[in-house]
Design a protein around this ligand. Structure first.
Ligand SMILES: Nc1ncnc2c1ncn2[C@@H]1O[C@H](COP(=O)(O)OP(=O)(O)OP(=O)(O)O)[C@@H](O)[C@H]1O
Ligand SMILES: [Mg+2]
Length: 341
């Protein structure tokens, strides 16, 4: 069973969504539906599964449906049709009380526009999720302070959100989500308001946290580099339709259509492709010249060994952590993997 399953979800915004639904199911485009009915397609037949412990990144242009999708998972939005289940529970089957419990204990969310309480201090905002879980002040302040430090905001704990910059407010939102320590984290453009240095710092922190805690993270971003860095899988939305789901390498090597191609065309492949992705297994590499080899680790990115291999005109021998030979990459194949197919 997947941690989160979304099945044939349609979301239509407007006064009479169910009246418009048949037209959408018949294949009318977002533009046609808007022109003929004044309704907006948010999601158009989206199905996907997110596995426990993975980071699933959702990408797409502004208005493509990313926030709408993530808000279905904690039922801030009800689907017009289709099903959303979390750990096997259909979220539409929850009554009001169950829904509150579910949001409190199962998942935390970092909102695109921060969603902080203006009348609460940073410390109170960060501790809020723990407060509603019923934790004592002393305990929750301790946890909140740890998270405030983790996002680099110590010293600001007694200030109010309007005394902070946008990027700082975003970090408060992140600290609040981290504090509740839920299994599932929903992060809507969580890093987008941060400047590049802090942003890459936060990405690193999230990856470190993730390698330890193995949370299930749904992460929305506009930024391809960010999605490649963080995502185990990436889903790409266009006009409410999910046009491709795959690993970062799938998306780069085999973009499903022109829209995805446009997203990935400028990516630096050497930064995102690992040796093991392009190697040929040892038992299929009998033709490789083994006189001039450079040893590379299977999890190394191409950029880490490319200069050496190119300078010495060598082939690569790919080894695992224990030093066992897993496969080979010829010089020619290495160079080919860096150009568009
Ligand atoms: N409450 C709403 N009422 C009407 N239309 C809405 C509502 N929320 C979203 N939409 C529409 O649904 C579509 C998807 O919006 P959504 O906010 O999910 O996009 P997004 O991919 O998150 O964009 P951004 O990157 O700008 O945040 C848009 O066309 C938007 O106009
Ligand atoms: Mg959005």
């Amino acid at each position: 069973m997947s941690k989160i399953e979304i099945k044939n979800v349609y979301k239509i915004f407007g006064d009479q969504p169910s009246k418009v639904l048949p037209m959408v199911k018949d294949g009318a485009t977002k533009e046609e539906v808007l022109e003929k009915t004044g309704h907006t397609i948010g999601l158009d037949d989206v199905s996907l599964s997110i596995e426990e412990g993975e980071t699933f990144v959702c990408m797409g242009l502004s208005g493509s449906g990313k926030s709408t999708l993530i808000r279905h998972i904690n039922r801030l939005i009800d689907p017009t049709s289709g099903e959303v289940s979390v750990e096997g529970t259909n979220v539409m089957s929850l009554d009001q009380k169950q829904l509150i419990e579910f949001r409190r204990h199962k998942m935390s969310m970092v909102f695109q526009r921060f969603g902080l309480f203006p009348h609460k201090t940073v410390l109170e905002n960060v501790g809020y999720g723990l407060e509603v879980q019923g934790q004592k002040t002393e305990d929750r302040n301790k946890t909140a302070m740890e998270k405030i430090e983790a996002v680099g905001l110590n010293g600001f704990e007694h200030q109010y959100p309007n005394q902070l910059s946008g990027g700082m407010q975003q970090r408060v939102g992140l600290a609040r989500a981290l504090a509740t320590n839920t299994d599932i984290m929903l992060m809507d453009e969580a890093f987008s308001a941060l400047d590049p240095l802090i942003r890459s710092d936060m990405q690193k922190q999230l990856m470190d946290l993730q390698s330890e805690l193995k949370k299930t993270i749904v992460f929305i971003t506009h930024d391809l580099d960010e999605s490649l860095r963080l995502g185990d899988h990436i889903g790409i939305l266009n006009g409410g339709k999910l046009v491709q789901v795959g690993t970062p390498v799938d998306i780069i090597m085999n973009p499903a259509d022109d829209y995805v191609t446009a997203f990935v065309k400028d990516v630096n492949r050497a930064k995102v492709i690992k040796a093991k992705i392009i190697m040929k297994a040892a038992n299929e590499s009998s033709g490789v010249d083994k006189n001039n080899l450079v040893k590379v680790q299977e999890d190394q990115f191409i950029e880490e060994f490319l200069p050496k291999v190119v300078c010495t005109n060598a082939n690569c021998e790919v080894v695992d952590k224990q030093g066992n030979v897993k496969g080979y990459i010829t010089n020619k194949e290495l160079q080919k993997s860096l150009t568009k197919s």
